[in-house]
Design a protein around this ligand. Sequence first.
Ligand code: PAF
Length: 281
Amino acid sequence: MQVLSTTEELRHYIANLKAENPNKTIGLVPTMGALHNGHLSLIQQSKEQCDYTIVSIFVNPTQFAPNEDFDKYPRKKEADLNICQKTDVDIVFMPEIAQMYPLDSTLQTTFNAPKNMANVLEGKTRPGHFDGVLQIVLKLFNLTQPTKAFFGQKDAQQLLIIQKMVEDLFLPITIVSCPIVRTQEGLALSSRNVYLSENGKKDALKISSALNAITKAIMQGIQDSKALKKIAFEVLENIEVEYLVIVNRELEEIKTIKKDSTLVLIVARIEGVRLLDNLWF
Ligand code: PAF
């Protein structure tokens, strides 16, 4: 496994790899580290679908607002490297901030993520967050030149906005949308689950149960969003729901669900812990 920390090393390595293996494919798994089973499934997908797998580990400052936890964000370099080694990753790219942002902020090319998609839901309380995500993701795409890049469906809004950028900027990359990884009981994996008590975990299961109830209702022929939300809210009784929306791929709320283009997004707070879950059709 190659561990690279400068953009120069990475560019050189990729140029050689491409020159020596022109027909081989490269998979990129962008992460901010603190790797867990959700990331492992992205790595696994990349290994199945591509000849080489690159994992980037970089806590990106431009996607954190000044009041957010950039400094406190978990950094687990050794553990992450061990996981990458064990899962047979080919290249780990672990740069310092100055490598990824060599220019003063006044000289940087910044992004405006599509406002209809970036200023709603998660973006409502995190202005500029998705601009920072696009800025770093495009830099990583340019440096690694992947055939495919792997993102989790758990961060549905991020995934859809990245897909939109790839479409809009004609980027020659396939974005692979990877299903949410769950505990046996159905709880979507998240690094925040550790903050839940046993009772909290039981309550949290109501979130995936609500999504299952929606799936069942759709299979029975219910297509009206209002009716589907009502069914979900019955399951979510006593749970503090921040939002439960039924949207299309542009994140616009829809009245009637459509096959292949509908998402149900839920954010709920349990014991003060903010939990995200969703369902893709
Ligand atoms: O999902 C994440 O971990 C980050 O937003 C990403 C895509 C690695 C960009 O920093």
